[in-house]
Design a binder for this molecule. Sequence first.
Ligand code: ADP
Ligand code: MG
Length: 685
Amino acid sequence: MGIGNAPLTPLEQPVTELRGVGPERAALLARLGIRTVGDLLLHRPRRYEDRRRLERIAGLKLNESATTQGRIVAQGVKYWKQRRKSLFECVLDDGTGRLHCRWWNLPFMENYFKVGDEVLVYGKVRSLKPRAIDHPETETIEGGEDRSIHLHRIVPIYPLTEGLTQRWLRALIWRALEACGNAFEEPWPDLNRGNLPTRAVAVRQLHFPDEMGDAEAARGRLALDELTDLQLAIQRRRRRLHELARALPCGGDNRLMKRFLRSLGFKLTESQTEVLREIRRDLAGSHPMRRLLQGDVGSGKTVVAACAALMTLESGFNVALMAPTEILAEQHGCVFARWFGPLGLGVALQTGSQKSFLTAPAGEIAVSLAGPGDAKDPSEPGVALAGPVVTVGTHALVEAGYCPDALGLAIIDEQHKFGVAQRERLVRKGHYPHLLVMTATPIPRSLGLTLYGDLDISVINQMPAGRGRVRTHLRSESSLPKVFDFVREKLGEGRQAYIVCPRIEEGDGPAAVKTVREEFDRVRTLFAPHAVGLLHGRLPPQEKDRVMEGFRAGRIAVLVATSIIEVGVDVPNATVMVIENAESYGLAQLHQLRGRIGRGREESHCILIAAACTDEARRRLEALEQTNDGFRIAETDLLLRGPGEFLGQAQSGMPRFRFVELARDLALVEQARTAAAGLLDSDAA
Ligand code: ADP
Ligand code: MG
């Protein structure tokens, strides 16, 4: 942007400065996010066509996509069913043969072509007798314009918007490149970009590559610049924090830790112990910890969080733990109260604006006996502190007036359910508290470094011993009765089961997909006399509590639920999970859901019911049948669905890239990270 009176650089000029772009076309370009000449030159082609070697019509192969060229020798529209159905056909001839291009129910296509036009078409060949392509992409070759732009080379095919044509946009970009292609400077001239082209060359090759490989190299170079920008921002933020912030010393003195570990009833895995060593080093240091703890579902992150909390409490500071759902917050509250109560530590639960003490810090016992609601908030000024407190809550923690002094440690469970903004708001509650974020969504490394580049990463890569195996089975809708027989058998053996459906009730989404309400009514009679409970996000909180408590205590044998149970719920006796309409979930989410079982010693069974679904969906689900490795599943999911879908709505922190493709750009992410660190070290950025 021009500052003050500084003249705009060529790339900052509005597109209206280009010949042939008036206000109307500028408005159309704006719909593609193109406002300046620079935007225009970074408009990324969605594919390329090699027009140096066009296929001859006679050589077209069935079911293959190809670009070919010919002259229109005949065309016309046929109607039937009282003109409600139509077919527009135009027949191309190139001297070797004829090709029928067909458009169904788009009779106005007739207006775009006339006999004698020379046309380029791209599409998949549907039949050979006659040779036909349905709904091809087309370009009419016009006389009088520069053929060298559109023919006899590799040409770019752009994302368009109604009212713009490929040829017009391609010619515009061609001219803009000639005028200002050289205005792209090296943003960081000192950086060694290896074999990659300069930025100016990359922009040229992005649009008009000499070879297909040049287009990919150009994309890589431009992606690297995007990633370097991002890494610089992340690392600058991190360095600033490091300079400014002095952390509270929260390493603890082991006074309570030994008693706690002895009372647990199990031994920490080596992996858990190793992670705790890293955390203790951070907590005892003078800079605030910023650490992401990754561990597959069931790997035991909660107890690690508890140990970190304990170190902080031993040091005399408060702890906040934020969970994504009330169910999970309450579960954590109960677990922490059970673990910390005997140590004389305070555990409070914050739901909405209400705060209640589950256990009081030693010395405040008289207060807690007056009823949990009446307990004083030890963080309120003027209340004599008997001891530091862990406050567990949902996002209510960042919204309500919760603002303790002496917040030593903030913990966020299931980070992927929160946005980066919420994480930052929690941290701002205190004076640079230590931060531990935990996630069970195994994030592929490229995504991790991009999204969590400002965090150190610890990984629990080992499951606690003594867990039963989880077997996964893919079944079709028609075997549901047999599946339910199997569930009943397991209930007879004293086990419990989850039945998961995607929707709550009619009207919530695609009608073909099951709702928990219907399924609840159906299985209630089916599984009688075993008690069946219903759980979803729209129930009043007390009802949710009642159902969850009943399931935990074993009074409820079958829980019919939405994916609300995907995070954190821990009931080891539940060994069967039936997921209906499994095709409507992402792989990572199914893996999370499946993590609810296999928590006890018994063998567990996860049964995915796929309704009528595509082959591709079926293949995705088969991946789950074959592996329990969350990282492999996440990589597959990222590759298949891209980062936006993979992460869901919550990740507002996900930057918007034009050129980066995280699923394949890990090497570039690493390169950008090193480059950014080097630039900051040498003060060159
Ligand atoms: P997640 O990592 O998915 O949050 P949890 O922390 O809920 O997993 O742990 C799952 C279960 O495993 C809990 O019941 C927990 O008490 C238990 N657990 C954790 N660590 C161990 C261990 N080292 N040995 C045995 N059981 C453990
Ligand atoms: Mg958990």
